[in-house]
Design a protein around this ligand. Structure first.
Ligand SMILES: *Cc1c(COP(=O)(O)O)cnc(C)c1O
Length: 369
């Protein structure tokens, strides 16, 4: 695939331009650009309805949603989390002055291992911050049990889990709060954007105040809030995206199924299977390269793909616990994180997006073969 346009890990799907122009005309007429405008209100309602959740609070991005979720629940002290995620998960703790405590992941899906959570709890622990990595649900029941037993809050970083359901129920309905990201590279994008999913009106109100400097009304500031509001242009864009998201996820499923079929039987390459009672969103297609069986290391394969114009990504390498800000923490010791280290050494996320052509996919697999 030399001399062609690079095949990137993801390519955003955009709404119909004519329809978007129509929305823009409405915004131009209304001259209401941000601060809970009509498109914003409509998008929150339609999104809650689509996702099957009680309340959505829109944000300007997922990171600010996560930082604000921790503020909303007044989380302090230590929070148990995973090193196998995008760095924003831990950064959100850092920005709140919270100490991250890393625990290892499960060997199949790469989600936080509930068995290891309990051993990491101290008197200073206030919450658990798991991630539904690649959109595969964390072990929600066990996490809930631990949280209930020890009186801890749970905030899910559900940035990968848009539309994911387990037993016909959105995974966003679990824990105290969940956050989403609508960044351009995610399954559902509003260019930049994010949301907090909450379960009761009071909590939603508190979150909505926080994202608007803490204003509860014109003159009352109830918390040291931030500016993390989504604007009308993005909300209008998001409303249009909702029209095609089901189709997009179906197209992603076809691609994931085809990858699995073609990669089947290559020694040393592992894929993650679908889970029977889960509705997946096919946000990522990770493969794991076992260099003791496959003829080359993960990095050799990664760069070989790159030479051939295929730009996968090593999500998540390096582990968050290896970055300078966090590597000095006792829980960052690699001995504590052996499975996460193995995942980080083996993973390549292959290109997956609705417009990925069948021929391109076949070529990608043939390079791996
Ligand atoms: C993308 C992502 C975020 C951050 O979301 P932004 O909208 O880019 O700020 C946080 N956590 C995870 C796991 C992500 O993948």
């Amino acid at each position: 695939m030399k001399d062609k346009k690079p095949i990137l890990i993801s390519q955003p799907t955009l709404p119909n331009l004519d329809e978007f122009v129509e929305s823009l005309k409405i915004i131009w007429e209304r001259k209401w650009l941000t601060n809970n405008g009509e498109f914003h209100q409509e998008f929150e309602k339609k999104l809650a309805n689509y996702l099957g959740v009680p309340y959505v609070s829109l944000f300007s991005n997922g990171t600010l949603a996560l930082i604000s979720a921790l503020q909303a629940l007044r989380i302090t002290g230590e929070v148990i989390t995973t090193p196998y995620s995008f760095v924003a998960t831990t950064h959100a703790l850092h920005w709140n002055g919270i100490k991250p405590i890393f625990v290892d992941i499960d060997p199949v899906y790469g989600n936080i291992d509930p068995v290891k959570i309990e051993a990491a709890i101290t008197p200073r622990t206030t919450a658990i911050l798991p991630v539904h990595v690649y959109g595969n649900p964390s072990n929600i029941k066990q996490i809930e049990h631990i949280a209930d037993t020890y009186g801890l809050k749970v905030i899910y970083d559900a940035a990968h889990a848009f539309g994911v359901e387990e037993d016909n129920n959105s995974v966003l309905n679990f824990g105290d709060l969940s956050i989403l990201s609508f960044h351009a590279t995610k399954v559902f994008n509003t260019i930049e954007g994010g949301a907090i999913i909450s379960k009761d009106e009071k909590t939603k109100k508190r979150i909505d105040n926080l994202k608007n400097f803490g204003f509860a009304n014109e003159t009352t500031v109830v918390a040291p809030g931030i500016n993390a509001k989504m604007n009308e242009v993005q909300a209008a864009y998001g409303l249009l995206q909702l029209k095609s998201i089901d189709k997009q996820i179906k197209e992603r499923k076809v691609i994931a199924d085809r990858y699995r079929e073609l990669l089947d039987g290559i020694d040393g390459i592992r894929c993650i299977d679908d889970i029977e009672n889960v509705k997946h969103n096919y946000s990522y297609f990770p493969i794991f390269v076992d260099a003791s069986i496959y003829p080359m290391t993960r990095d050799k394969l990664y760069f070989k793909l790159k030479e051939n114009n295929v730009h996968g990504r090593r999500y998540f390498y390096p582990l968050i616990s290896e970055f300078p800000t966090y590597r000095g923490l006792p829980s960052s010791n690699p001995d504590n994180l052996s499975i996460a280290s193995e995942f980080a050494d083996q993973v390549i996320c292959l290109p997956i997006y609705p417009d990925l052509k069948k021929e391109t996919l076949v070529e990608i697999v043939s390079i791996i073969k």
